[in-house]
Design a protein around this ligand. Structure first.
Ligand SMILES: Nc1ncnc2c1ncn2[C@@H]1O[C@H](COP(=O)(O)OP(=O)(O)O)[C@@H](O)[C@H]1O
Ligand SMILES: [Mg+2]
Length: 196
């Protein structure tokens, strides 16, 4: 089994949305997927419960594992091909556990200089894990995303080829089985290449 985690020391960067979209993309690509929700706020779990309540359950299990210990147990008992891990912001114990457990860590980030500045503490947390930044919720009119890519890459930090645009559809996706846009599929393909 492979594990991919969405990690950032801050909230609101798109971890949960990306975790769901990538889990769906991987499922569509024919893999058996489990999403492990290590955020005590349980956004991914609530997404899944809500989708079930309205009669359109997500096509993969979302398991709540809101502590370092329960996350380790969930990973060791996972039976899927790929476990996608969603993490909470600023809970060092859980983040450290997630960092230890993932084969690949993805750091979602906006592209503004302030967003990029917020990536460094998470990079330190990740030590030497295979890592890539995912530029997320990018306004197509912003030229900062190519600057962000250059800044990160000049510091030796890989940036996923796929850039995720800002979309109202991503905001509305909570509690549904969203159509998975091409940019998420492209990111999932990169994830698979990195894992194999
Ligand atoms: N590509 C996107 N375009 C627009 N809004 C997005 C996008 N991805 C996420 N969002 C929105 O950004 C906010 C934070 O996303 P969320 O996935 O909850 O981040 P986190 O899990 O890091 O806190 C939510 O309101 C979500 O709907
Ligand atoms: Mg979240």
């Amino acid at each position: 089994m492979h594990t991919v985690g969405f990690i950032h020391s801050k909230g609101g960067v798109g971890k949960t949305t990306l975790a769901i979209m990538i889990a769906l993309s991987l499922e569509h690509a024919g893999f058996q997927v489990e999403l492990l929700d290590s955020d005590p706020q349980g956004s991914a779990t609530r997404w899944s419960e809500r989708a079930e309540d309205v009669g359109t359950p997500l096509p993969f299990d979302v398991r709540s594992a809101p502590s370092a210990r329960s996350l380790r147990a969930a990973v060791s008992s996972a039976s899927a091909d790929i476990a996608v891990i969603d993490t909470p912001p600023g809970t060092p114990e859980v983040l450290d556990a997630a960092v230890d457990l993932v084969d690949l860590a993805l750091i979602p980030s906006g592209a503004s200089p302030m967003d990029i500045d917020r990536v460094w503490p998470t990079m330190q947390l990740l030590a030497h894990r295979p890592t890539a930044v995912v530029l997320n919720a990018i306004d197509a009119r912003e030229s900062v995303s190519s600057v962000a890519r250059e800044v990160l890459e000049s510091e030796g930090i890989p940036v996923a080829e796929a850039t995720i645009p800002m979309r109202a559809s991503a905001r509305r996706a909570f509690g549904t089985i969203p159509d998975v846009a091409e940019h998420y599929r492209a990111l999932a393909k990169e994830v698979l290449e990195a894992l194999h």
